[in-house]
Design a protein around this ligand. Structure first.
Ligand code: URA
Length: 251
């Protein structure tokens, strides 16, 4: 939520009074004086003070979902169940959305929030947020594949991927298991990377995104709110740095 809206919502004062408080340097976020009234903030994650008064309100929700196959990563869909449909009525919020996307046949970790800023930060390419996938392919995997992934896979259209780490867990002629760690999010990236080395992905599951690991106690289709440690771990992705703000302003 915008800082000025949050302060108005918390009855700190009228819009005009809130503006005046901000301009007179009485508002701090995590110890820093904030002059930008439109800064996106979250009182659940940050220490927001007006003078000596701490703003306590929890403004946003953050969920971890273990996405099952067959469900689309969208807010609405005419044909298929969406990840938002898996969230109970009481936990729904206006503006709840999935952070990034998983294909319909991909399982695993998906974050959902109504905090637009967080999703934006987690998906910024230069933040290089790492994502780990558990992959099953229909062929043998070898050290040569690890090398190809490390050097940067090139798609058939010439697009080059950043270096990725392939860790082979088991390898047989007709089925292999591996972890793949990537730091970007091109469309169908993992499937296309394996196709580029001649292998077909037959099962795909995301197990981590940045500092967040999929909770192994969540069954497919289950979700839970992020805990305090997970929210703290996400804080670096929540803070807006000056340079990024100017990028955002241009959009
Ligand atoms: N890469 C894919 O190919 N599919 C996904 O769902 C996620 C990453």
């Amino acid at each position: 939520m915008r800082l000025d809206k949050l302060l108005e919502h918390e009855k700190i004062g009228s819009r005009r009074k809130v503006k005046a408080l901000i301009r007179s340097k009485q508002v701090t976020v995590d110890g820093q004086i904030i002059m930008n009234e439109s800064l996106n903030v979250d009182a659940a994650l940050q220490n927001i003070f007006v003078g000596d008064t701490k703003i306590q309100q929890k403004t946003h929700v953050y969920y971890m979902l273990n996405k099952p196959q067959g469900v689309v990563t969208a807010v609405k869909d005419a044909k298929h169940q969406t990840v938002i449909d898996l969230i109970e009525k009481n936990d729904q919020r206006v503006g709840l959305y999935p952070v990034g996307r998983l294909d319909r046949d991909t399982e695993g970790l998906l974050l959902l929030t109504d905090n637009g800023q967080l999703g934006y930060q987690l998906l910024l390419p230069h933040k290089k947020v790492s994502k780990r996938y558990e992959v099953t392919v229909n062929e043998e995997l070898t050290a040569l594949d690890c090398q190809a992934f490390s050097e940067g896979i090139v798609f058939s259209d010439g697009k080059k991927c950043k270096s990725a780490t392939l860790t082979i867990l088991s390898s047989k002629k007709d089925e292999s298991h591996a972890y793949l760690d990537i730091t970007e999010g091109k469309f169908h990236q993992v499937k296309k990377m394996f196709l580029a080395v001649g292998k077909k992905v037959i099962h795909l599951k995301r197990v981590s995104m940045g500092p967040i690991q999929l909770d192994s106690t969540l069954s497919l289709g289950e979700y839970r709110p992020l805990n305090q440690a997970e929210l703290q771990a996400l804080l670096p992705y929540f803070t807006i740095h000056k340079k990024e703000k100017s990028v955002e302003d241009e959009i």
